[in-house]
Write a protein that binds this ligand. Structure first.
Ligand code: ADP
Ligand code: MG
Length: 256
């Protein structure tokens, strides 16, 4: 019916075995450095096209968890299963080949190169950059500048774009809002939703902006002093963040 004006995108196909297998499953996962365990007994599953936000105060173990999932640190206990296959040992290259891409909190861009050069270095040969660039109109206008001359928000867009040109099945983003103005964070959040809905990637986003993160996430988890103290549907906490706030505080009370 041409008379029905709608700007809504058609529903993406939801059938097929791929949508039943979690992209990532952690069971009783302990993470840390050498003999030091910094977070323990982490259990969750993430389905395709879903966004999980991991919240929690500084030092909770959020970055350590992401570094372990990305294969830079060996798990100290428990299991990690990617696309139905249990990950053995630790190998950033192997988990990357399985479709996991990490955007670290230090961004790690080539600041003397242009945005396009940064993207081309990360993309497999022959990749069409256009579908990713359309997510970031601001970045397109900066195409010819050195990355060093971009704003913090634009650099973060580029860090995410560089991950996306690798067509991830699972994108891990560590504190993308670090050092950014709130307005820049607000501009980035809807892009995360589109990464899941339109690019078909699952996302784990470590965030300090609790409210903004809950608005785009499907699931939320609060990590305090190395323990998961709260997890559930983001929608549950969206309109009333008091449960999340008290979860932050609960870390000072040891549950033994
Ligand atoms: N390379 C490291 N070696 C030993 N301990 C570390 C290292 N990096 C971080 N830690 C410790 O691990 C704990 C969790 O840190 P981190 O995962 O960075 O927390 P978050 O990202 O939640 O702020 C902290 O106590 C921190 O001091
Ligand atoms: Mg961190």
């Amino acid at each position: 019916m041409t008379g029905t004006a709608t700007s809504e995108l058609p529903d993406l196909p939801r059938e097929g075995p791929a949508d039943d297998v979690p992209v990532l499953e952690c069971k009783g996962l302990d993470v840390g450095y050498g003999k030091l365990t910094v977070a323990r007994d982490i259990t969750f599953a993430l389905q395709p096209r879903k966004v999980l936000t991991i919240l929690g105060p500084n030092g909770a173990g959020k970055t350590t968890l992401l570094m372990t999932l990305a294969g830079f640190l060996a798990p100290r206990g428990g299991t990690i299963t990617l696309n139905g296959e249990q990950v053995k040992g630790s190998s950033p290259r192997r988990v990357n080949q399985a479709g996991l891409v990490l955007v670290p909190d230090f961004r790690a861009l080539f600041t003397e190169l242009t945005p396009i050069q940064n993207l081309k270095l990360a993309a497999p040969r022959g990749t069409d950059l256009e579908p990713v660039l359309t997510l970031f109109p601001a970045l397109q206008r900066r195409e010819k500048l050195r990355v060093a001359d971009l704003s913090g928000g634009e650099q973060q867009m580029l860090a995410i774009a560089r991950a996306l040109v690798q067509s991830p099945k699972l994108l891990l983003i560590d504190e993308m809002s670090m050092g950014l103005a709130p307005v820049a964070v607000e501009a980035l959040m809807p892009v995360i939703r589109r990464v899941a809905d339109e690019h078909g990637a699952s996302v784990i986003m470590v965030e300090q902006h609790v409210q903004l993160a809950l608005e785009v996430a499907d699931e939320a988890m609060v990590l305090v002093h190395g323990s998961v103290v709260l997890s559930g549907s983001a929608e549950t906490y969206r309109d009333d963040t008091s449960a999340v706030e008290s979860a932050y505080m609960s870390g000072s009370v040891s549950s033994g």
